[in-house]
Design a binder for this molecule. Structure first.
Ligand SMILES: [Zn+2]
Length: 64
């Protein structure tokens, strides 16, 4: 059983099975509100290859 190793995805406290993957109703609500509020920055569209190459070039230039 590795159940005790599971952590709340919101605050990393030990997960409670009743509210999994969270530790409490509060954390579940917080996460839900984040989704509803659109605070999760999930890119819906991947950048085109040209943008990706330009970003990679400028990144290597600044690093070296
Ligand atoms: Zn939590």
């Amino acid at each position: 059983m590795s159940q005790s190793k599971a952590k709340c995805t919101n605050c990393s406290k030990p997960m409670v099975a009743e509210y999994r993957p969270f530790c409490s109703k509060r954390c579940a609500d917080v996460d839900l509100n984040r989704w509803l509020g659109g605070h999760y920055a999930i890119p819906a569209v991947e950048p085109p290859d040209e943008w990706d190459m330009a970003a990679a070039q400028s990144e290597s230039e600044t690093k070296h």
